[in-house]
Design a protein around this ligand. Structure first.
Ligand SMILES: Nc1ncnc2c1ncn2[C@@H]1O[C@H](COP(=O)(O)OP(=O)(O)O)[C@@H](O)[C@H]1O
Ligand SMILES: Cc1cn([C@H]2C[C@H](O)[C@@H](COP(=O)(O)O)O2)c(=O)[nH]c1=O
Ligand SMILES: [Zn+2]
Length: 193
């Protein structure tokens, strides 16, 4: 389990953490867990989510199991910079939906001494890198890859298989539209088409 370190070196250090994985792997739960621990430490914090993600609630980040935490809705990564004032911890959920400037925004926040935690899909439904996440993975001090359980065989899953015919990269959904699969079961779906 990821444990925070708070190095004492005279000045406040910032850094970037990324929590990535497939759908249903527990990214949002882990983001909420880390933010709640920051709350226990009386650290000022704010969580952002992209406007596009309107699945469960408008001003909240909500996990598939129903855990929730208040969030600010923004239309672009630049808006994140505008909205951060004196927070010590900044969370970003569904980071794959943000523009590529998210990397610069996170680096800027970290340089200001802020702990930045981004959660998002590392791969889209085709198994291809998704949005700014691969760039964030390269820049982050701490990377956590979480896994769902493959609904087909019970192994660890890192792919999000789309069950519908839609071919847009962005296509919101949950269990009706997607299922987590391991590499072997994901590859079998490709040979079936
Ligand atoms: N196949 C699965 N493997 C693991 N968890 C699953 C699965 N299907 C549903 N879940 C639920 O999803 C929860 C994780 O939800 P969440 O944190 O919102 O995931 P993510 O943000 O990665 O999509 C788990 O605690 C579990 O209740
Ligand atoms: C794989 C994949 C997913 N999406 C969408 C589907 C959901 O609305 C979110 C992911 O949410 P989660 O918290 O990780 O479960 O992303 C998409 O638009 N395109 C894809 O390829
Ligand atoms: Zn499998």
């Amino acid at each position: 389990m990821f444990l925070e370190e708070f190095p004492e070196c005279g000045k406040r250090l910032g850094w970037i953490e990324v929590v990535c994985g497939s759908m249903f792997s527990g990214k949002t739960e882990e983001l909420i867990r880390r933010m709640r621990r920051a709350q226990f430490a009386n650290q000022r914090l704010i969580i952002f989510k992209p406007k596009i993600d309107d699945r469960y609630a408008e001003e909240e980040v909500v996990s598939h199991k129903g855990e929730r935490i208040p969030a600010a809705v923004v239309s672009s990564s630049a808006e994140i910079l505008e909205r951060v004032t004196n927070e010590r911890v900044v969370g970003v959920d569904e980071a794959q939906f943000f523009d590529m400037e998210l990397l610069d925004v996170c680096n800027t926040l970290a340089a200001k001494g802020i702990r930045v935690i981004c959660a998002g899909l590392d791969m889209d439904y085709k198994g291809k890198p998704f949005g700014p996440i691969p760039h964030l993975l390269a820049a982050a001090e701490y990377v956590t890859k979480v896994h769902a359980i493959c609904v087909s065989c019970g192994n660890l899953a890192q792919f999000s298989h789309r069950k519908t015919m839609d071919e847009n990269q962005v296509y919101l959904g949950a269990t009706k539209e997607y299922e987590p699969l391991c590499r072997s079961c994901f590859n079998k779906t490709k040979t079936q088409h």
